[in-house]
Structures are given as structure tokens and as C-alpha cells.
Design a protein around this ligand. Structure first.
Ligand SMILES: [Zn+2]
Length: 370
């Protein structure tokens, strides 16, 4: 793509719709001087991910995306629309130039914790969209289009059942960047009379949202455990403000053992041996709250054999970050675009079965909006 890896003035800017790796992974390859635009909270979350996982991004954007606040970028007018997705601070992007209008859906759904954003887009959509570039993660081989989404509320209710049925600690496996899921897990923990134990990464991401309505380390029923790997990272970086910020809320091995049956703990495979040594896993149960496909990968296999060895069962409680087909259909109907171009799907050739006006294009192909 001209301007991405070599200088080309036709690349006037890069817009990051949300902080998921498959949407910003090439950002580091972009030539210096090309302006970036991203949500303010998304920028902070990317910075935390860079510190804790090495797969984030540290950028100084030229501007921030704000809901329905248009700005000019070269010959284009850009309008972001805040939207429900499993990443926090996600946007659809309307691009206008020379009387043509293109709406890129970004990643979206209608069944998370901000469904109002989706409904607002349905009821007050941008008018006269010529092209809708739309994600269709859930348009896959084998679906028939009637599949409805499991919602975050469904996950919450199911988790309450699982948490209540668990005598020991709940080991909760989900991405700390999935803020909707963090809220779900907090609510389910409270409803089953347990405290939620974050790790430092999850506490940092929650803080990065800048929202007091998101469970924060200083909340009464939230505690923070510092896994060895994160403690080492803080010591090596010298960023001790990170541990200072959560000091009064920290939980240590003794309390983990004492209160195991009263805790839901954010867990990852890298903490397995450490928790085993702490000795807090008697009667524990694991809740897998990510895409189940990860369990087939090597890290997932290792996790399963660790849990099997200790006789710890696992239940999958998950909702997709992406819209169900009936919701995609509602969105296409509300926008009534001139044409629909599929993206972000393993079955781009099946879109025409579900929505009208599909025009499929191959990766790397240049095509005209008009
Ligand atoms: Zn995404």
C-alpha cells in the first residue's frame, strides 16, 4: 500500500478504529510523519498493552476520535460513530469526499454492554451512504443466518450459576482489554458474593478507560494480585508508580488461600505454577471466557493439561465480540447503502445470501467508490 512502508503523500492519515491487534498491527510500519487518529481511551489502553504484553502501541496521535464529531483530513471529512464491540472505545468511520460517502463498520455488535450505540446508529444513521464496508466475522461457513447472539447479560447470568456452584476459587480467563467482560465478571462476582481479583494489567486497563463506572482497583470488592511476571516487569522498568497506585488494594498469597472460595481471580496460563505453589486451588474451577478456538492452540493445550492434573474443571462462558447476522441485516437495512463490500470474514462469498447489494473485492485490489 503506497505510503505505508515508503513515503507517498497520497497517504494522508491512519485511523485506528479500536485497540485490537488485527486493526493496528501494521501501525508500527507506517512512515514517520503520517498522522494517526484513535480514541483517547483506546490510545491509553494501547499504551498499557505495550507495557504489559509488548503487543500494544505507543503513539502520539494527531487527533482523537469522538462520537459524531467530524474532522477534516486532507480532502476527506471523517466522522466517527462510537459503537458496541469487545474492544473499548471502538468506532465506525464515515469518510466523505467529492459528494461520495463511505461508511466502514469497524468491528461491531449489538449484544454487548453498549447496545444503545448500535441502536442509535440504526435509528439515526448517516444518510446517503454510497458504500458500506462491513465486517462479517459471524458470516462463516456452516451458518444459516438465524443464529442469535449470546449477550453479555447471558454470560453474566451463566457465570453467577458457575460461581455459586464452585466451592473454591474461580479462575477467570478473559482478555483484560475486554472491558465489557470485566464488567460482566465484576457483576457476576458480586451476585455470587465474591470479590474480583484483578492482575496489574487488568487494573491498568480499567484505569485507562478513564471511566468511574468501570470496575476500578480502588472499589470495595476489587483487589489486585501482582503475578511474578508483572512484578519483574515493573522492577525492570523502574515504573514503581504502577504498584504504588494499587498498594492498598493488593492481595497476597496468605489471603488468597484463606478467602479462595470468596474470590474470582483473573487467571492466565503463565500464572499456573505460581498459583499451585500458593496453594489456593483446592475446589477451584476455571471459566474460559475467550474465543474457544484458542483452547486448541499450544498454550490452550498446556492450560488444559495443567487443570486436568489438578482435577480442576473448566466451563466456557463467552459472547462474541461481533454482530450476529440478524443484526448485520438490520444495520444494512437501516443504512440502505448503494453497495455493500464485505470485510473481516472467513466467508466473504456468503454475504450475498444474507444482505442485498453485495460487491465482493479481493484483498489488495483497488476499486472506486463511485
Ligand atoms: Zn476487534
Amino acid at each position: 500500500m503506497p505510503g505505508l512502508s515508503g513515503h507517498d503523500p497520497s497517504l494522508v492519515g491512519v485511523i485506528l478504529t479500536h485497540p485490537h491487534l488485527d486493526h493496528f498491527g501494521l501501525a508500527r510500519k507506517v512512515q514517520a510523519g503520517v498522522p494517526f487518529f484513535v480514541g483517547k481511551a483506546a490510545q491509553r489502553i494501547l499504551r498499557e498493552a505495550a507495557f504489559f504484553t509488548g503487543t500494544g502501541l505507543t503513539i502520539e496521535p494527531a487527533g482523537h476520535l469522538r462520537h459524531r464529531e467530524a474532522f477534516t483530513l486532507g480532502p476527506f471529512t471523517i466522522t466517527p460513530y462510537l459503537i458496541d464491540h469487545s474492544a473499548f472505545d471502538s468506532y465506525c468511520i464515515l469518510v466523505e469526499a467529492e459528494e461520495q460517502r463511505l461508511l466502514y463498520s469497524g468491528d461491531l455488535r449489538a449484544h454487548g454492554r453498549k447496545p444503545g450505540t448500535f441502536h442509535e446508529l440504526l435509528h439515526d444513521p448517516p444518510a446517503n451512504v454510497d458504500v458500506l464496508i462491513i465486517e462479517g466475522t459471524n458470516i462463516r461457513p456452516g451458518v444459516d443466518g438465524t443464529e442469535h447472539a449470546v449477550t453479555e447479560t447471558d454470560v453474566e447470568n451463566a457465570c453467577v450459576e458457575t460461581f455459586k456452584a464452585t466451592p473454591g476459587m474461580v479462575l477467570d480467563l478473559f482478555s483484560p482489554q475486554n472491558i465489557d467482560r470485566l464488567v460482566t465478571m465484576y457483576r457476576a462476582a458480586i451476585r455470587s458474593d465474591r470479590d474480583l481479583v484483578l492482575d496489574l494489567y487488568a487494573a491498568a486497563v480499567a484505569s485507562a478507560t478513564g471511566r468511574e463506572t468501570i470496575p476500578q482497583a480502588h472499589w470495595d470488592r476489587v483487589r489486585v494480585y501482582l503475578p511474578n511476571s508483572q512484578r519483574t516487569r515493573v522492577i525492570e522498568s523502574g515504573e514503581f508508580h504502577r504498584t504504588d497506585a494499587v498498594r492498598p488494594r493488593r492481595i497476597f498469597p496468605e489471603e488468597l488461600r484463606e478467602k479462595a472460595g470468596k474470590l474470582v481471580m483473573i487467571f492466565r496460563a503463565s500464572m499456573a505454577r505460581e498459583m499451585e505453589q500458593v496453594g489456593c486451588l483446592e475446589g477451584a474451577h476455571a471459566v474460559w471466557s475467550m474465543w474457544p478456538g484458542y483452547l486448541d492452540e499450544l498454550s490452550g493445550q498446556r492450560l488444559k493439561s495443567f487443570l486436568d492434573r489438578l482435577g480442576i474443571g473448566m466451563t466456557i462462558r463467552h459472547a462474541s465480540g461481533h454482530a450476529a447476522i440478524p443484526d448485520l441485516q438490520r444495520l444494512v437495512a437501516a443504512l440502505a447503502p448503494g453497495k455493500v463490500v464485505p470485510i473481516h470474514s472467513s466467508a466473504g462469498d456468503r454475504f450475498h445470501e444474507f444482505v442485498p447489494g453485495v460487491e465482493q473485492h479481493a484483498d489488495g485490489e483497488w476499486w472506486n467508490v463511485a
